[in-house]
Design a binder for this molecule. Structure first.
Ligand code: C2E
Ligand code: MG
Ligand code: MG
Ligand code: MG
Length: 291
């Protein structure tokens, strides 16, 4: 039917679309070698207590240092890696690196005389990884090799992902939780949660999506609807016995409002951008800690 619309216009449209497809295909074809050659890197962003500013946990965020295209963010390649299945070895690579870093930080917390204050490490877990029968054994192996306690590891699964979890994947999450590994729901509020279902899952933390935090930008013109949504999400989480972290905090006003609402923790540029592991080590050394 493209011809009947007159040639020029539809040819241009198809070409652009085709270019995008080729770019996607090229990127996904390059990924296995990139993993092999160490082009993937992990940045870390702290999860901060809104009550006292201490670092409760740290999220691991993968990046691709592409030799020609420069730094590529995960939003451009995680979906592709899910499609091809490369997310399975890539996810394991991120997990290993993250656990190793977290173990180093506990060393520096211990040196400060506060071993209990060592932050947990939070790693995003893709749906495809939950379908791997060997997931639990692999996690056990990484914990054994790095010496990290299971209680110091958290997996983040998106809300829609967790709502679709059943059968083998659900059993695996339960096994991980039974080991002591923390499970968090990422981007909460963007999907459709079945509350009865939520109660059956071994979840211990809820992360409120940054899109709701955006409306709390300034004290004066904060969106009252967003404020009420966030307040009710916090209340809901606490009623379910979960802790709550708000994502995407960019201003002091947002942090203050969230603290006033009763939100437990925050993550965002206001506290720290994601950065290399040494930045986290410096941050931990600089934070005065109770013994
Ligand atoms: P996410 O898990 O919800 O991670 C939070 C995203 O928000 C990160 O984007 C982070 O850099 C960004 N962010 C943090 N603070 C702020 C802020 O104050 N303002 C704004 N506007 N953004 C902020 P990033 O690093 O681009 O990651 C995007 C998504 O890619 C992540 O969303 C996660 O779903 C996925 N991802 C990242 N690393 C991994 C991984 O190792 N495995 C899997 N499966 N997914 C990953
Ligand atoms: Mg996350
Ligand atoms: Mg998130
Ligand atoms: Mg996200």
């Amino acid at each position: 039917w493209a011809k009947s619309e007159g040639r020029g216009r539809w040819t241009v449209f198809d070409t652009e679309r085709n270019d995008r497809e080729v770019a996607r295909y090229t990127l996904s074809a390059e990924m296995p070698a990139a993993l092999h050659h160490g082009e993937f890197d992990v940045d870390y962003q702290p999860l901060v207590s809104l009550a006292d500013g201490s670092v409760l946990g740290v999220e691991a965020l993968v990046r691709w240092r592409h030799p020609r295209q420069g730094l590529i963010g995960p939003d451009r390649f995680i979906g592709l890696a899910e499609e091809t299945g490369l997310i399975v070895p890539l996810g394991m690579y991120v997990l290993e690196r993250a656990c190793r870093e977290a173990q180093r930080w506990s060393g520096s917390a211990e040196a400060l005389g506060a071993p209990a204050a060592a932050p947990f490490i939070s790693v995003n877990l893709a749906e495809r990884q939950c379908h791997e029968p060997g997931l639990v054994r692999q996690v056990e192996r990484v914990l054994a090799e790095t010496g990290l306690e299971p209680e110091r590891l958290q997996f983040e699964l998106t809300e829609s992902q967790i709502m679709a979890t059943d059968g083998g994947p659900l059993e695996r999450l339960r096994e991980l939780a039974a080991m002591g590994v923390r499970i968090a729901i990422d981007d909460f509020g963007t999907g459709y949660s079945n509350l009865a279902y939520l109660r059956r899952l071994p979840v211990c933390e809820l992360k409120i999506a940054g899109s709701f935090v955006e409306g709390l930008r300034k004290p004066g013109d904060a969106d009252p609807v967003d404020a009420r949504i966030v307040a009710s999400l916090v209340e809901l989480a606490h009623a379910l016995g979960l802790t709550v972290t708000a994502e995407g905090i960019e201003t002091a006003a947002q942090a203050e409002r969230l603290r006033a609402i009763g939100c437990d923790a925050g993550q965002g540029w206001y506290f720290s951008r994601p950065g290399p592991p040494d930045r986290i080590a410096t941050l931990l050394d600089g934070v005065p800690r109770a013994g």
